[in-house]
Design a protein around this ligand. Structure first.
Ligand SMILES: [Zn+2]
Ligand SMILES: [Zn+2]
Length: 267
C-alpha cells in the first residue's frame, strides 16, 4: 500500500471527493427525491446510483493506494542479482533495455521510468496523475480504467435523473426566478458534461497507448504481420485472464492466477 503526501495531489483528491459527495446529495435529494420521492422507484434509484458511486470510490481508493509497480532498489530478484553481478552494471550501460536509474539506483526493466514526485522508478509508467495522487503504472492501471468507467456510468445515470425530474416538473418559462432545483440542475449538467468528456478522453488515450506499446513489442521481437489489438484483447491484457464480469470489480482477483503463472515461469 502506498500513500503520497504531495500537496497538489491531495488537493486534487479533495476536489474529486467533494464533487462525488455533492453529486450524491444533489441527485439523491433534489433529482430523485423531487421526482419520485421515497416510492419504490425512488428507493431503487437511490440504491442503484449510490452503488455505482460506491464502486467508483472503491476503484479510486485502489488506484490511489495500490503499488503502481515500484521497481525494487534491492536485488531481491534473480534477474536483478545477475545484472548487478555483471560488470556492465558498474558502467551503467543499457543491457537488453534494462537500465540503472541515476536517481534512485533501481535496476529498471524496459518501460519503467523514474517519477520525481514518487521518487521511485515505476514499471510501465504512463504518468503521475494528481487526480489519484499516484503514478499510473503496471499494477494500478486497471483501477484507473474502472474508475473512469464508473465516472461515465454515473454521468449517464445522473443525466437520466435530471431529464426525469424536468419531465415530471416542466419548467415555468415565464418565471425569471432561479430556484434551488434549477441551480442544482445547472451545476450537475456542467459536471456531467465535463467529467464524462474527461473520462472518455483519458480512457481512449490509455487504450491507444496500450495498443501502441504492444505493437512496438511485437515489432522488437521481429514480427512482420502485426495485427491491431481489439478492445477485448486490451481488456484481457489490463484486467487479467478472468471472466469479463469480474473486470469491473475493484479487487485484485487475478493475484492468485498471476502468482501461479509467475511461479511456473520462474521454475
Ligand atoms: Zn528511479
Ligand atoms: Zn509518481
Amino acid at each position: 500500500m502506498v500513500f503520497r503526501t504531495d500537496m497538489f495531489g491531495l488537493f486534487c483528491v479533495l476536489i474529486t471527493y467533494t464533487s462525488i459527495c455533492y453529486t450524491d446529495y444533489a441527485v439523491t435529494v433534489h433529482m430523485i427525491g423531487g421526482s419520485m420521492s421515497y416510492s419504490v422507484w425512488g428507493v431503487m434509484n437511490i440504491m442503484g446510483f449510490n452503488f455505482i458511486l460506491l464502486l467508483m470510490v472503491l476503484s479510486h481508493v485502489r488506484a490511489m493506494t495500490c503499488d503502481p509497480g515500484i521497481v525494487s532498489t534491492l536485488p531481491n530478484k534473480q534477474a536483478d542479482y545477475n545484472l548487478i553481478k555483471s560488470e556492465k552494471y558498474s558502467q551503467q550501460e543499457n543491457i537488453n533495455g534494462w537500465t540503472v536509474c541515476s536517481k534512485c539506483e533501481a535496476v529498471k526493466p524496459p518501460g519503467a521510468h523514474h517519477c520525481r514526485i514518487c521518487g521511485r522508478c515505476i514499471k510501465k509508467m504512463d504518468h503521475h496523475c494528481p487526480w489519484i495522487n499516484n503514478c499510473i503504472g503496471e499494477l494500478n492501471l486497471k483501477y484507473l480504467l474502472m474508475f473512469l468507467f464508473y465516472v461515465v456510468l454515473a454521468s449517464i445515470y445522473c443525466a437520466t435523473m435530471i431529464i426525469t425530474y424536468w419531465l415530471i416538473h416542466p419548467p415555468n418559462l415565464s418565471s425569471v426566478v432561479v430556484d434551488t432545483k434549477t441551480m442544482h440542475t445547472a451545476i450537475l449538467s456542467a459536471m456531467v458534461i465535463l467529467f464524462s468528456i474527461f473520462a472518455v478522453a483519458i480512457g481512449y488515450d490509455q487504450f491507444s497507448a496500450i495498443r501502441i506499446q504492444k505493437e512496438d513489442q511485437e515489432r522488437m521481437k521481429g514480427e512482420s504481420n502485426i495485427m491491431a489489438m481489439s478492445i477485448k484483447e486490451i481488456c484481457y491484457e489490463v484486467f487479467g485472464d478472468i471472466h469479463p464480469i469480474l473486470w469491473l470489480i475493484p479487487l485484485n482477483l487475478n493475484r492468485r492466477r498471476t502468482g501461479a503463472r509467475q511461479a511456473l515461469l520462474t521454475s
